[in-house]
Design a protein around this ligand. Structure first.
Ligand code: GLN
Length: 476
């Protein structure tokens, strides 16, 4: 039987496995077949966990037989290769971790394993999740399944393109400044950046610790919700996770007030993106939601402050890669030389750039001028969001100011690349959850390229995002 992977979602797959239309093994084999067919061109997967995936699928079939299967049992997933899966190679797309095999499971993986999910493989990213196109990967770019001359976005480009090419039913990504949402908008998938502290990062290779979150990349909002429900929760191994007794979800309304910070959408936004955004607003209105223009007075500073705070944290987090404890070692005459050689060979240009920037903004004399100012502004931005959410239920922007761009187009211009994060970084800076949902297509050179819009909700408001996201996509 040929499984219709294109129109599959988690509930449909679950029902089919339950009723015996196909087995978890057949489903896993179907995805492995697509990976074999398409991955040599798209390069979404860096490592295929074929043997273990098939074992997990057989386990899942057992659970269907003995009646202990849950929704995620037997669901084949792609895992961003900066999330540890015990025994599997995990490089974060860096040469410095070339041969590193994870020695434990990330908390999210442990939870998914308990649910019986199947891990198809580790997927590509920009080195240590730094970038917006996967061009910073030490293992080649991931191409966009809609047009293979274009990027898949980043840094979770492997996750989004794996789902978009039907090489996985869903995926996990990480998001520090947009890395789940932007590739989702480029590849036509749904991507959720969770509230800071809602999902444990234990076992995710750290980039910017006050910004990083793990979240799902999926084909539907419902699928994203199912995965979120499985991976969320307090974890004593991540001290930043929010204790369960402090979780207070906002109330869900049937008809919402949607805030649009128009003052923030001026220069540099592609005309087709803007047109699609206006059409999306019309659709939301026709569904009975109210659109309200809002001001986020300091949001213009979000990108500049992000590119101070994030590199500061990157430079600190990446200090642990010293050739002694993990991965690559290039020996010199003494310890210091070992360290310098290993890092010079092991890190790519973008990682080096951010380590240098981060070290600079944290150095004596510049700390006050840059880092301290940025953290002060971050607090002010948080207040702006608190105020905005007094009047609106969600805030809406395009996910990315541009559709998927050509491979190489921005690779030599880091500032242009950073500008593509304009709409996504503020959710990380203030910690609110945000979801990117597909909003249509634009045509470029005869190819249809997906676009996405981004809803942001108040802290712990994932429930609100699922509601409005399903409404927008007409999901039941
Ligand atoms: N593109 C952004 C950056 O380069 C976001 C990265 C991320 O979210 N991991 O920092």
């Amino acid at each position: 039987m040929k499984i219709d992977l294109k129109n599959l979602n988690i509930r449909k797959a679950h029902d089919s496995m339950k009723s015996g239309d196909f087995s978890a093994r057949e489903l896993t084999e179907a995805y492995l077949g697509v990976i074999k067919e398409k991955n040599s061109n798209i390069n979404a997967y860096l490592h295929i966990f074929e043997e273990n995936a098939l074992k997990q699928a057989d386990e899942a079939d057992k659970r269907f037989r003995d009646g202990t299967a849950v929704l995620l049992t037997g669901i084949p997933m792609a895992i961003k290769n900066n999330i540890l899966v015990k025994g599997e190679i995990t490089t974060a797309s860096s040469k410095i971790l070339e041969n590193y095999h994870a020695i434990y499971d990330a908390t999210v993986i442990e939870k998914l394993k308990r649910a019986g999910a199947v891990f198809l493989g580790g997927v590509n990213l920009d080195e240590f999740a730094m970038g917006g196109s996967t061009e910073n990967s030490a293992y080649g770019v991931t191409k966009n399944p809609y047009d293979d001359t274009r990027v898949s976005g980043g840094s979770s480009g492997g996750s989004a393109s794996a789902v978009a090419m039907d090489g996985a039913l869903s995926a996990l990504g990480t998001d520090t400044g947009g890395s789940i949402r932007q590739p989702s908008s480029f590849c036509g998938t749904v991507g959720l950046k969770t509230t800071y502290g809602r999902v444990s990062r234990y076992g995710a290779i750290a980039m910017g610790s006050s910004l990083d979150q793990i979240g799902p990349i999926a084909k539907t909002v419902d699928d994203a919700e199912i995965i979120y429900d499985c991976i969320k929760g307090e974890d004593k191994m991540d001290s930043q996770t929010i204790p369960e007794n402090l979780i207070k979800e906002p109330k869900i309304k049937e008809k919402m007030t949607i805030g649009v910070p128009r003052h923030f959408m001026k220069d540099g936004v592609d005309l087709d993106v803007m047109k699609n955004f206006e059409e999306s607003l019309e659709k939301l209105k026709s569904l009975g939601h109210e659109i309200k223009e809002i001001e986020l007075p300091n949001i213009d500073y979000s990108l500049a402050t992000y590119y101070i705070i994030m590199p500061a944290e990157v430079s600190t987090n990446l200090a642990r890669f010293d050739g002694v404890r993990f991965g690559l070692l290039k020996e010199g005459e003494n310890g210091i030389q070992d360290y310098m050689k290993t890092r010079a060979v092991g890190f790519g240009p973008e990682a080096r750039r951010r380590i240098i920037l981060g070290t600079y903004v944290l150095s004596a004399g510049y700390y006050d001028a840059y880092y301290n100012k940025a953290t002060a502004l971050r607090e002010i931005m948080k207040k702006d969001f608190v105020k905005a959410f007094e009047n609106v239920d969600v805030i809406l922007t395009p996910t990315s100011p541009i559709p998927a761009f050509k491979i190489g187009e921005k690779a030599n211009d880091p500032v242009q690349m950073y500008l593509a994060d304009i709409f996504t970084v503020s959710a990380n800076m203030v910690g609110v959850p945000a979801i990117s949902v597909p909003s249509g297509f634009t045509e470029r050179e005869g190819k249809q390229l997906p676009l996405g819009i981004q809803f942001m909700a108040p802290w712990m408001g994932e429930n609100v995002l699922f509601k409005i996201g399903k409404d927008f996509l007409n999901e039941k």
